[in-house]
Design a protein around this ligand. Structure first.
Ligand code: NDP
Length: 335
């Protein structure tokens, strides 16, 4: 099996030097085990955090061990009745072409007509769930709310914008890093408008869409970026507004600490709620999510995009490109 390992821990932006590709001889299957040919491998921003040492909500990747992460594949050999050859399974042994182990580590998923199996890594999987839970349960979105979403052309952000619109938001504004992404957010994901944060300070650009007065501002900010975006959103929050702290990708590769928001005091005067969440502690909402969002995906009311990079040898490139913004929608590797 071809596998990609963590060779060293990066400081700042990761490079190819931090990874190593190895060929591993796999043992015969034991009773209850299965072997899976991976079809799609997920690369995600949270993996950057796991390349660092230190305390976090999930343990760091181990040096000289094969990386892990979401993957979908097809069972090619099975010593488990519940996981027959040919079944499609979702599991955590990404960054390799062949996965194997006890069947209980692999969840059989449905093959849906017109929906690629890779959707289980995106809209029907963790990133879709993150969008739904973050908006509905963390930010406590209600019909009529005005919403701002950063990372609007990404996997989570594109779903957040659409769920807010389908849920009756009064206004949904996004931000993204290119003119093309801004156009996609508006034309394809139905954002009312979006800003390109590379065109100026977000703090200034966002004022085109939200006013200073209570009632003209933001009720819900879904934060995928942190830093400048969080600061800009705080300026324009309505009283009793809610912020879901989902991600802070603007700082994941920073080598220096950046000064924090200079307007955190607005949390007090506007009686805001700001709550962080990690999706691994929110799995209890999965059934509600799939019941609500599954039919929107099936009917095409909620669309999703993928940026598919071909070939396991390009997994590291895909991961690095993800953090530079090369993706629209979910970034996946086709093995
Ligand atoms: P995306 O598909 O959104 O891909 C990452 C995007 O981040 C890039 O395409 C890029 O788009 C954008 N980006 C990179 N650097 C910056 C920057 N300095 N400022 C603004 N945008 C930047 O990834 P996901 O949808 O998978 O994840 C989105 C966020 O949600 C991440 O922060 C991630 O860590 C977080 N997350 C949190 C979870 C949780 O449990 N809390 C679970 C899943 C994701 P652009 O071209 O627009 O810059």
């Amino acid at each position: 099996s071809t596998q990609i390992q963590l060779a060293s821990r990066p400081r700042g932006w990761p490079t190819h030097e931090n990874f190593r590709t190895v060929s591993v001889e796999l043992p015969e299957l034991s009773d209850g085990e299965i072997r899976v040919a991976n079809e799609f491998i997920s690369v995600d921003p949270y993996m950057r955090g796991r390349m660092n040492e230190g305390r976090s909500y999930i343990p760091p990747f181990e040096l000289d061990e094969t990386m892990t992460g979401g993957a979908v594949g097809r069972v090619v050999e099975s010593l488990s009745e519940d996981h027959p050859v040919g079944a499609v399974v979702l599991h955590d042994q990404g960054w390799r072409d062949i996965a194997q182990g006890p069947a209980r580590q692999f969840r059989v998923v449905a093959e849906l007509e017109g929906v690629p199996n890779s959707a289980h890594l995106g809209i029907l999987g963790t990133t879709g769930l993150t969008a739904y839970v973050g908006l509905m349960h963390i930010a406590k979105f209600r019909s009529g709310d005005s919403v701002f979403v950063s990372g609007a052309a990404g996997s989570v952000g594109s779903a957040v914008g659409q769920i807010a619109r389908l849920g009756g938001a009064s206004k949904v504004i996004g931000s993204a890093g290119s003119a093309d992404k801004v156009a996609t957010a508006v034309e394809r994901y139905g954002f009312d408008a979006a800003l390109n944060y590379r065109e100026g300070p977000v703090r200034k650009l966002l004022r085109e869409y939200f006013g200073d007065q209570d009632g003209e501002g933001i009720d819900v900010y879904f934060d995928n970026v942190g830093g400048d975006h969080l600061e800009a959103a705080l300026d324009l929050m309505n009283d009793e507004g809610r912020i879901a702290n989902c991600g802070a990708i603007s700082s994941y590769n920073a080598t220096e600490r950046t000064p924090g928001p200079d307007n955190l005091w607005l949390m007090i005067t506007r009686r805001l709620t700001m709550q962080g969440f990690t999706i691994n502690k929110q799995m209890g909402h999965y059934n509600e999510f799939i019941t609500k969002v599954g039919p929107w995906v099936a009917s095409g009311e909620l669309v999703f995009d993928e940026t598919v990079v071909e070939g396991i040898d390009n997994t590291v490139d895909a991961f690095l490109a993800l953090m530079k913004g090369a993706n629209v929608g979910k970034m996946v590797v086709k093995v």
